[in-house]
Design a protein around this ligand. Structure first.
Ligand code: C5P
Length: 227
């Protein structure tokens, strides 16, 4: 599945982008759009028939995360996420917030952000070792807590699948059809992401800033699905 990152600053720009498409999409709404427009933006996008990954990366004490998730449950989104650094209890409460619902969203954990370097992790977070060790530890905690998967770099997918099983979902940003000069340093093509086992790819600028957005989306989708 290809998830389009709607990294727009407001509702108008978001809806103008979505207007170009005549098909149901899977989109990601992040902090910028959600905080600027409020929960109403979710209703507007859902009304157009699109699936939504609400990327708010919750991280607080277990009880607060559970209460916050109960609020998000009312929005009827399809995927939500939390920081694995919040611990197993916090992640487990995040999932339990949806108890009793017929369809709960997929609950995904963020492990180490890709903006975190080994030096920063070692010196500032006080976690020793390599980034991948911490990613695997966090991913394993997420599985124990009952989460469905993790957001990770395409380069981490193989090791996560090997350690935690192929059914544990991986959601991977950092996707480009070819090399570009933006801020994603380690990139993978959609076809390679599929080959290494990514379940969902998150793609923003290669679609949102393209001259022909619909065509770019279809090209990326085709590359990923191997159609
Ligand atoms: O425009 P681009 O394709 O780089 O967008 C990728 C999206 O995935 C952005 O919304 C970005 O915030 C998000 N993301 C990321 N790297 C992570 C986690 C999320 O690029 N590790």
């Amino acid at each position: 599945m290809v998830i389009i990152a709607l990294d727009f600053e407001n509702k108008e720009k978001t809806l103008n982008f979505l207007k170009e498409f005549n098909e149901p999409l899977y989109v990601k709404v992040g902090m910028e759009l959600f905080y600027s427009e409020g929960p109403e933006i979710i209703q507007s996008i859902k009304a157009l028939g699109h699936k939504i990954f609400l990327d708010l990366k919750l991280h607080d004490i277990p009880n607060t995360v559970k209460s916050a998730m109960k609020c998000l449950a009312k929005l009827g989104v399809d995927m939500v996420n939390v920081h694995a650094a919040g611990g197993i209890k916090m992640m487990s409460e995040a999932v339990h917030a949806f108890d009793g619902l017929e369809h709960r969203p997929l609950v995904i954990a963020v492990t180490q952000l890709t903006s975190t370097s080994k030096e920063m992790m070692n010196n500032e977070q006080g976690i020793q070792g390599e980034i991948i060790d911490s990613v695997l530890r966090y991913a394993s905690n997420a599985l124990v807590a009952g989460l469905d998967g993790v957001v990770c770099s395409p380069l981490e997918v193989a090791m996560i699948k090997q350690k935690l099983g192929k059914d544990f979902l991986t959601v991977t940003p950092g996707i480009r059809l070819a090399s570009t000069d933006d801020d994603q340093v380690r990139v993978t093509t959609p076809a390679d992401a599929r080959r290494i086992g990514s379940d969902f790819i998150v793609v923003g600028r290669p679609i949102t800033r393209s001259e022909n957005k619909v065509e770019s989306y279809h090209q990326i989708r085709k590359d990923f699905m191997g159609e």
